[in-house]
Design a protein around this ligand. Structure first.
Ligand code: SAH
Length: 393
Protein backbone atom coordinates (compact mmCIF):
# COMPACT_ATOMS: atom_id res chain seq x y z
CA UNK A 1 0.00 0.00 0.00
CA UNK A 2 1.28 3.50 -0.78
CA UNK A 3 2.73 5.65 1.89
CA UNK A 4 3.96 9.20 2.01
CA UNK A 5 7.50 9.33 3.31
CA UNK A 6 8.53 12.41 5.22
CA UNK A 7 10.85 14.18 2.78
CA UNK A 8 14.45 14.27 3.87
CA UNK A 9 15.47 17.86 3.37
CA UNK A 10 16.81 20.64 5.56
CA UNK A 11 14.16 21.84 7.94
CA UNK A 12 11.96 18.78 7.32
CA UNK A 13 10.02 17.18 10.13
CA UNK A 14 12.38 15.51 12.59
CA UNK A 15 10.45 14.54 15.74
CA UNK A 16 7.73 11.92 15.75
CA UNK A 17 4.95 14.46 16.04
CA UNK A 18 6.31 17.10 13.69
CA UNK A 19 4.27 17.00 10.57
CA UNK A 20 3.79 19.21 7.56
CA UNK A 21 0.80 21.49 8.08
CA UNK A 22 -2.31 19.74 6.84
CA UNK A 23 -0.78 16.27 6.82
CA UNK A 24 -3.22 13.74 8.22
CA UNK A 25 -2.32 11.37 11.05
CA UNK A 26 -3.08 8.04 9.48
CA UNK A 27 -1.30 4.73 9.45
CA UNK A 28 -0.04 5.65 6.01
CA UNK A 29 1.82 8.69 7.22
CA UNK A 30 5.31 7.64 8.15
CA UNK A 31 5.29 9.62 11.34
CA UNK A 32 7.78 7.58 13.29
CA UNK A 33 9.57 4.29 13.25
CA UNK A 34 7.43 1.43 14.43
CA UNK A 35 8.89 -0.48 17.32
CA UNK A 36 8.96 -4.21 16.66
CA UNK A 37 9.72 -4.86 20.32
CA UNK A 38 6.23 -3.53 21.04
CA UNK A 39 4.72 -5.77 18.36
CA UNK A 40 3.89 -2.69 16.30
CA UNK A 41 2.47 -4.00 13.04
CA UNK A 42 -0.12 -1.47 11.93
CA UNK A 43 -3.10 -2.68 9.94
CA UNK A 44 -3.00 -0.99 6.56
CA UNK A 45 -5.98 -2.77 5.02
CA UNK A 46 -9.16 -0.95 6.13
CA UNK A 47 -11.23 -4.01 5.20
CA UNK A 48 -9.59 -6.02 8.00
CA UNK A 49 -10.18 -3.25 10.57
CA UNK A 50 -13.83 -3.16 9.45
CA UNK A 51 -14.16 -6.93 9.77
CA UNK A 52 -12.67 -7.04 13.28
CA UNK A 53 -15.17 -4.44 14.49
CA UNK A 54 -18.07 -5.99 12.59
CA UNK A 55 -17.41 -9.45 14.08
CA UNK A 56 -17.71 -8.05 17.60
CA UNK A 57 -21.38 -7.22 16.86
CA UNK A 58 -21.11 -4.11 19.02
CA UNK A 59 -24.21 -2.49 20.52
CA UNK A 60 -24.57 1.27 21.00
CA UNK A 61 -24.56 0.66 24.78
CA UNK A 62 -21.27 -1.26 24.77
CA UNK A 63 -18.09 -0.32 26.57
CA UNK A 64 -15.17 -1.61 24.51
CA UNK A 65 -11.57 -2.13 25.59
CA UNK A 66 -8.98 -2.07 22.84
CA UNK A 67 -5.48 -3.27 23.61
CA UNK A 68 -2.82 -1.50 21.55
CA UNK A 69 -4.80 1.02 19.48
CA UNK A 70 -1.64 2.13 17.68
CA UNK A 71 -2.58 4.94 15.34
CA UNK A 72 -6.27 4.11 15.78
CA UNK A 73 -7.27 2.15 12.68
CA UNK A 74 -9.56 -0.21 14.58
CA UNK A 75 -10.31 2.36 17.28
CA UNK A 76 -12.15 4.89 15.11
CA UNK A 77 -14.40 2.19 13.66
CA UNK A 78 -15.29 0.75 17.06
CA UNK A 79 -15.88 4.24 18.49
CA UNK A 80 -18.57 4.79 15.87
CA UNK A 81 -20.48 1.72 17.04
CA UNK A 82 -20.01 1.79 20.83
CA UNK A 83 -20.87 4.00 23.78
CA UNK A 84 -17.30 4.21 25.00
CA UNK A 85 -13.87 2.83 24.14
CA UNK A 86 -11.00 2.47 26.58
CA UNK A 87 -7.75 2.17 24.66
CA UNK A 88 -4.80 0.73 26.57
CA UNK A 89 -1.52 1.64 24.88
CA UNK A 90 2.05 0.97 25.96
CA UNK A 91 3.75 3.45 23.64
CA UNK A 92 3.03 7.10 24.56
CA UNK A 93 3.72 8.13 20.95
CA UNK A 94 0.85 5.90 19.83
CA UNK A 95 -1.33 7.14 22.69
CA UNK A 96 -0.81 10.68 21.38
CA UNK A 97 -1.56 9.61 17.81
CA UNK A 98 -4.87 7.96 18.56
CA UNK A 99 -5.92 10.92 20.70
CA UNK A 100 -5.08 13.37 17.92
CA UNK A 101 -6.86 11.25 15.37
CA UNK A 102 -10.26 11.83 16.98
CA UNK A 103 -9.57 15.33 18.32
CA UNK A 104 -12.28 17.77 17.31
CA UNK A 105 -14.65 14.99 16.21
CA UNK A 106 -17.73 13.68 18.05
CA UNK A 107 -15.77 10.46 18.73
CA UNK A 108 -13.33 12.26 21.04
CA UNK A 109 -15.62 12.28 24.05
CA UNK A 110 -16.16 8.52 23.80
CA UNK A 111 -12.43 7.72 23.87
CA UNK A 112 -10.38 7.17 26.99
CA UNK A 113 -6.70 6.40 26.56
CA UNK A 114 -4.83 4.62 29.33
CA UNK A 115 -1.07 4.61 28.88
CA UNK A 116 0.56 1.46 30.18
CA UNK A 117 1.17 -2.24 29.83
CA UNK A 118 -2.15 -4.08 29.88
CA UNK A 119 -0.49 -7.15 31.40
CA UNK A 120 0.89 -5.19 34.32
CA UNK A 121 -2.47 -3.57 35.07
CA UNK A 122 -4.19 -5.14 38.10
CA UNK A 123 -7.08 -6.03 35.81
CA UNK A 124 -8.57 -5.33 32.42
CA UNK A 125 -11.24 -2.62 32.93
CA UNK A 126 -14.77 -4.06 32.99
CA UNK A 127 -16.14 -4.09 29.44
CA UNK A 128 -18.65 -5.67 27.09
CA UNK A 129 -16.18 -6.32 24.30
CA UNK A 130 -12.41 -6.66 23.96
CA UNK A 131 -10.73 -6.04 20.63
CA UNK A 132 -7.10 -6.09 19.63
CA UNK A 133 -4.64 -6.55 16.85
CA UNK A 134 -2.71 -8.24 19.60
CA UNK A 135 1.00 -7.51 20.07
CA UNK A 136 2.35 -11.06 19.70
CA UNK A 137 4.42 -10.91 22.90
CA UNK A 138 1.31 -10.65 25.04
CA UNK A 139 -1.01 -13.08 23.24
CA UNK A 140 -1.08 -15.71 25.93
CA UNK A 141 -1.04 -13.47 29.03
CA UNK A 142 -3.79 -11.31 27.53
CA UNK A 143 -6.08 -14.31 27.04
CA UNK A 144 -5.34 -15.64 30.52
CA UNK A 145 -5.99 -12.22 31.97
CA UNK A 146 -9.32 -11.97 30.19
CA UNK A 147 -10.45 -15.49 31.15
CA UNK A 148 -9.55 -14.84 34.79
CA UNK A 149 -11.77 -11.74 34.96
CA UNK A 150 -14.65 -12.29 37.40
CA UNK A 151 -16.97 -10.73 34.82
CA UNK A 152 -15.34 -11.20 31.45
CA UNK A 153 -16.57 -9.38 28.35
CA UNK A 154 -19.36 -10.84 26.23
CA UNK A 155 -17.05 -11.13 23.27
CA UNK A 156 -13.40 -10.74 22.32
CA UNK A 157 -12.31 -10.34 18.71
CA UNK A 158 -8.56 -10.71 18.62
CA UNK A 159 -5.94 -11.06 15.92
CA UNK A 160 -3.05 -13.42 16.62
CA UNK A 161 -0.14 -15.00 14.84
CA UNK A 162 -1.44 -18.08 13.06
CA UNK A 163 0.30 -20.71 15.17
CA UNK A 164 -1.02 -19.13 18.32
CA UNK A 165 -4.55 -19.09 16.91
CA UNK A 166 -4.18 -22.79 16.10
CA UNK A 167 -3.28 -23.50 19.71
CA UNK A 168 -6.55 -21.90 20.76
CA UNK A 169 -8.63 -24.34 18.76
CA UNK A 170 -6.41 -27.44 19.19
CA UNK A 171 -8.11 -30.65 20.36
CA UNK A 172 -6.77 -33.46 22.63
CA UNK A 173 -4.10 -35.39 20.75
CA UNK A 174 -3.23 -32.48 18.40
CA UNK A 175 0.42 -31.43 18.42
CA UNK A 176 -0.54 -27.90 19.49
CA UNK A 177 -2.89 -29.01 22.30
CA UNK A 178 -1.76 -27.19 25.43
CA UNK A 179 -2.74 -25.64 28.72
CA UNK A 180 -3.96 -22.65 26.72
CA UNK A 181 -6.26 -24.83 24.56
CA UNK A 182 -7.88 -26.45 27.59
CA UNK A 183 -8.37 -23.17 29.42
CA UNK A 184 -9.88 -21.28 26.51
CA UNK A 185 -12.32 -24.02 25.65
CA UNK A 186 -13.25 -24.55 29.28
CA UNK A 187 -14.06 -20.91 30.02
CA UNK A 188 -15.19 -19.80 26.58
CA UNK A 189 -16.10 -20.82 23.07
CA UNK A 190 -13.61 -20.00 20.41
CA UNK A 191 -14.17 -19.59 16.68
CA UNK A 192 -11.83 -18.89 13.82
CA UNK A 193 -13.04 -15.83 11.87
CA UNK A 194 -10.56 -15.20 9.08
CA UNK A 195 -7.03 -15.51 7.83
CA UNK A 196 -5.00 -12.34 7.41
CA UNK A 197 -1.89 -12.32 5.23
CA UNK A 198 1.25 -10.54 6.40
CA UNK A 199 1.06 -8.05 3.51
CA UNK A 200 -1.88 -6.38 5.30
CA UNK A 201 0.46 -4.92 7.93
CA UNK A 202 3.08 -2.26 8.04
CA UNK A 203 5.77 -3.36 8.61
CA UNK A 204 4.79 -6.92 7.61
CA UNK A 205 5.33 -9.45 10.42
CA UNK A 206 7.30 -12.66 9.77
CA UNK A 207 4.25 -14.89 9.90
CA UNK A 208 0.60 -14.94 8.85
CA UNK A 209 -2.19 -14.00 11.24
CA UNK A 210 -5.72 -15.11 12.11
CA UNK A 211 -8.68 -13.35 13.67
CA UNK A 212 -10.60 -15.33 16.28
CA UNK A 213 -13.75 -14.60 18.21
CA UNK A 214 -13.80 -15.77 21.83
CA UNK A 215 -17.07 -15.73 23.73
CA UNK A 216 -16.48 -16.27 27.45
CA UNK A 217 -19.15 -18.27 29.28
CA UNK A 218 -21.09 -15.82 31.40
CA UNK A 219 -23.36 -15.95 34.44
CA UNK A 220 -24.66 -19.41 35.27
CA UNK A 221 -22.92 -20.86 32.19
CA UNK A 222 -19.52 -20.01 33.71
CA UNK A 223 -18.07 -23.05 35.54
CA UNK A 224 -18.42 -22.54 39.26
CA UNK A 225 -14.79 -23.12 40.13
CA UNK A 226 -11.87 -20.79 40.72
CA UNK A 227 -9.89 -19.96 37.58
CA UNK A 228 -6.62 -20.21 39.52
CA UNK A 229 -7.49 -23.71 40.73
CA UNK A 230 -8.28 -25.11 37.29
CA UNK A 231 -5.28 -23.40 35.76
CA UNK A 232 -3.06 -24.47 38.67
CA UNK A 233 -3.93 -28.10 37.93
CA UNK A 234 -3.30 -27.61 34.20
CA UNK A 235 0.09 -26.05 34.87
CA UNK A 236 1.16 -29.23 36.66
CA UNK A 237 -0.38 -31.50 34.04
CA UNK A 238 1.11 -29.68 31.05
CA UNK A 239 4.53 -29.15 32.55
CA UNK A 240 5.34 -32.36 30.67
CA UNK A 241 2.31 -33.05 28.56
CA UNK A 242 3.69 -36.25 27.07
CA UNK A 243 4.13 -37.87 30.44
CA UNK A 244 1.50 -39.65 32.46
CA UNK A 245 -0.37 -37.67 35.09
CA UNK A 246 1.25 -39.90 37.72
CA UNK A 247 4.65 -38.66 36.54
CA UNK A 248 3.42 -35.07 36.30
CA UNK A 249 2.56 -35.13 40.01
CA UNK A 250 5.76 -36.85 41.15
CA UNK A 251 8.23 -33.91 41.32
CA UNK A 252 9.02 -32.89 44.86
CA UNK A 253 8.29 -29.23 44.17
CA UNK A 254 4.75 -30.19 43.15
CA UNK A 255 4.28 -32.26 46.30
CA UNK A 256 5.77 -29.39 48.30
CA UNK A 257 3.29 -26.92 46.82
CA UNK A 258 0.34 -29.25 47.48
CA UNK A 259 1.64 -29.80 51.00
CA UNK A 260 1.78 -26.10 51.78
CA UNK A 261 -1.71 -25.58 50.34
CA UNK A 262 -2.99 -28.57 52.29
CA UNK A 263 -1.71 -27.11 55.55
CA UNK A 264 -3.52 -23.86 54.80
CA UNK A 265 -6.68 -25.80 53.93
CA UNK A 266 -6.50 -27.75 57.20
CA UNK A 267 -5.91 -24.65 59.24
CA UNK A 268 -8.78 -22.71 57.60
CA UNK A 269 -11.15 -25.63 58.07
CA UNK A 270 -9.94 -26.52 61.57
CA UNK A 271 -8.87 -30.00 60.52
CA UNK A 272 -6.18 -31.39 62.80
CA UNK A 273 -3.47 -32.85 60.57
CA UNK A 274 -3.18 -35.93 62.78
CA UNK A 275 -6.82 -36.71 62.26
CA UNK A 276 -6.52 -36.68 58.50
CA UNK A 277 -3.49 -38.97 58.81
CA UNK A 278 -5.87 -41.55 60.24
CA UNK A 279 -7.67 -41.55 56.88
CA UNK A 280 -4.70 -43.17 55.20
CA UNK A 281 -4.99 -46.92 55.28
CA UNK A 282 -1.99 -49.19 55.08
CA UNK A 283 -2.94 -50.05 51.50
CA UNK A 284 -2.68 -46.42 50.49
CA UNK A 285 0.99 -46.41 51.31
CA UNK A 286 1.55 -48.72 48.36
CA UNK A 287 0.19 -45.98 46.15
CA UNK A 288 2.60 -43.40 47.43
CA UNK A 289 5.15 -42.04 45.08
CA UNK A 290 8.81 -41.70 45.70
CA UNK A 291 9.94 -38.09 45.81
CA UNK A 292 13.27 -39.17 44.37
CA UNK A 293 11.60 -39.69 40.99
CA UNK A 294 11.78 -36.08 39.98
CA UNK A 295 14.40 -36.43 37.31
CA UNK A 296 13.42 -39.93 36.24
CA UNK A 297 11.60 -40.68 33.05
CA UNK A 298 8.95 -42.53 34.97
CA UNK A 299 6.84 -43.68 32.07
CA UNK A 300 9.82 -44.80 30.05
CA UNK A 301 9.06 -42.30 27.29
CA UNK A 302 11.70 -41.11 24.95
CA UNK A 303 12.07 -37.56 26.18
CA UNK A 304 13.89 -36.45 23.06
CA UNK A 305 10.71 -35.80 21.14
CA UNK A 306 9.22 -33.92 24.04
CA UNK A 307 12.27 -31.72 24.38
CA UNK A 308 12.28 -31.08 20.65
CA UNK A 309 8.71 -29.93 20.78
CA UNK A 310 9.49 -27.60 23.60
CA UNK A 311 12.46 -26.18 21.81
CA UNK A 312 10.13 -25.50 18.91
CA UNK A 313 7.79 -23.68 21.22
CA UNK A 314 5.00 -26.20 20.84
CA UNK A 315 4.63 -26.86 24.50
CA UNK A 316 6.48 -23.94 25.88
CA UNK A 317 3.90 -22.08 27.88
CA UNK A 318 6.43 -20.73 30.31
CA UNK A 319 7.67 -18.09 27.99
CA UNK A 320 4.29 -16.43 27.66
CA UNK A 321 3.08 -17.33 31.09
CA UNK A 322 1.88 -14.40 33.18
CA UNK A 323 4.53 -13.34 35.68
CA UNK A 324 2.49 -14.31 38.69
CA UNK A 325 2.32 -17.93 37.50
CA UNK A 326 6.06 -18.03 36.97
CA UNK A 327 6.51 -16.62 40.45
CA UNK A 328 4.44 -19.41 41.88
CA UNK A 329 6.76 -21.92 40.25
CA UNK A 330 9.92 -20.18 41.31
CA UNK A 331 8.54 -19.59 44.73
CA UNK A 332 7.76 -23.25 45.02
CA UNK A 333 11.36 -24.13 44.26
CA UNK A 334 12.69 -21.66 46.82
CA UNK A 335 10.37 -22.71 49.55
CA UNK A 336 10.92 -26.33 48.75
CA UNK A 337 14.33 -26.11 50.36
CA UNK A 338 12.62 -25.36 53.66
CA UNK A 339 9.56 -27.53 53.32
CA UNK A 340 9.22 -30.82 55.13
CA UNK A 341 8.30 -32.44 51.80
CA UNK A 342 11.99 -33.13 51.20
CA UNK A 343 11.75 -35.52 54.05
CA UNK A 344 9.74 -38.48 52.79
CA UNK A 345 8.85 -39.32 56.37
CA UNK A 346 7.18 -35.93 57.00
CA UNK A 347 3.67 -36.51 58.21
CA UNK A 348 1.97 -33.97 55.96
CA UNK A 349 4.14 -35.08 53.06
CA UNK A 350 2.93 -38.66 53.53
CA UNK A 351 -0.68 -37.56 53.71
CA UNK A 352 -0.43 -35.44 50.57
CA UNK A 353 1.38 -38.12 48.58
CA UNK A 354 -1.21 -40.68 49.54
CA UNK A 355 -4.06 -38.35 48.65
CA UNK A 356 -2.59 -37.56 45.25
CA UNK A 357 -2.08 -41.25 44.50
CA UNK A 358 -5.60 -42.01 45.68
CA UNK A 359 -7.15 -39.36 43.41
CA UNK A 360 -5.13 -40.39 40.36
CA UNK A 361 -6.08 -44.03 40.79
CA UNK A 362 -9.72 -43.43 41.72
CA UNK A 363 -10.31 -41.24 38.65
CA UNK A 364 -8.59 -43.81 36.43
CA UNK A 365 -6.35 -41.06 35.05
CA UNK A 366 -3.00 -41.98 36.62
CA UNK A 367 -1.62 -43.51 33.43
CA UNK A 368 -3.23 -41.07 31.00
CA UNK A 369 -1.08 -38.38 29.38
CA UNK A 370 -2.15 -34.73 29.52
CA UNK A 371 -1.97 -34.38 25.76
CA UNK A 372 -4.81 -36.97 25.55
CA UNK A 373 -6.98 -35.62 28.39
CA UNK A 374 -10.02 -33.51 27.56
CA UNK A 375 -11.52 -30.80 29.71
CA UNK A 376 -13.90 -33.26 31.40
CA UNK A 377 -10.93 -35.36 32.53
CA UNK A 378 -9.31 -32.29 34.05
CA UNK A 379 -12.53 -31.20 35.71
CA UNK A 380 -13.07 -34.68 37.14
CA UNK A 381 -9.51 -34.63 38.45
CA UNK A 382 -9.88 -31.21 40.03
CA UNK A 383 -13.12 -32.08 41.79
CA UNK A 384 -11.59 -35.31 43.12
CA UNK A 385 -8.56 -33.38 44.42
CA UNK A 386 -10.84 -30.87 46.11
CA UNK A 387 -12.72 -33.74 47.79
CA UNK A 388 -9.38 -34.68 49.33
CA UNK A 389 -8.58 -31.11 50.35
CA UNK A 390 -5.79 -30.77 47.74
CA UNK A 391 -5.66 -27.34 46.11
CA UNK A 392 -3.44 -25.70 43.51
CA UNK A 393 -3.58 -22.01 44.20
N1 SAH B 1 -4.38 -1.57 16.58
C1 SAH B 1 -3.40 -0.98 15.69
C2 SAH B 1 -1.98 -1.21 16.14
C3 SAH B 1 -1.55 -2.65 16.36
S1 SAH B 1 0.17 -2.80 16.70
C4 SAH B 1 -3.62 -1.50 14.28
O1 SAH B 1 -4.16 -2.60 14.14
O2 SAH B 1 -3.26 -0.84 13.34
C5 SAH B 1 0.14 -3.23 18.42
C6 SAH B 1 0.00 -2.05 19.37
O3 SAH B 1 0.01 -2.55 20.71
C7 SAH B 1 1.12 -1.04 19.30
O4 SAH B 1 0.59 0.25 19.28
C8 SAH B 1 1.94 -1.26 20.57
O5 SAH B 1 2.59 -0.11 21.03
C9 SAH B 1 0.86 -1.73 21.52
N2 SAH B 1 1.33 -2.57 22.65
C10 SAH B 1 2.35 -3.46 22.64
N3 SAH B 1 2.45 -4.08 23.81
C11 SAH B 1 1.45 -3.58 24.60
C12 SAH B 1 1.06 -3.83 25.96
N4 SAH B 1 1.70 -4.72 26.72
N5 SAH B 1 0.00 -3.14 26.46
C13 SAH B 1 -0.65 -2.23 25.68
N6 SAH B 1 -0.32 -1.96 24.40
C14 SAH B 1 0.72 -2.62 23.86
Amino acid sequence: MGKSKTPKRPGAASGPYDRKPGAKATANTNIFKFDKDFGQHILKNPGISDAIVEKAYLKPTDVVVEVGPGTGNITVRALEKAKKLIAIELDPRMGAEVTKRVQGTPLAKKLEVILGDVIKMPEIPPCDALISNTPYQISSPLIFKMLAMPNPPRVAVLMFQREFAKRLVAKPGDALYSRLSVNVNFWATCKHIMKVGKQNFKPPPKVESDVVRIEPLLGSARPNIAFEEFDGLLRIAFNRKNKTLRAAFAPKEIIGMCERNYKVYCSINNIPIDESLADISVGDEDLMMDSGDVEMDIDGDDDAQEKDEEAGGLDDEDEDMPAFFKEVGEDAKDKDAKTPSRNPKSKVGLIVRAKIAKVLNATGLAEKRSRQCDQNDFLKLLLAFHEEGIHFS
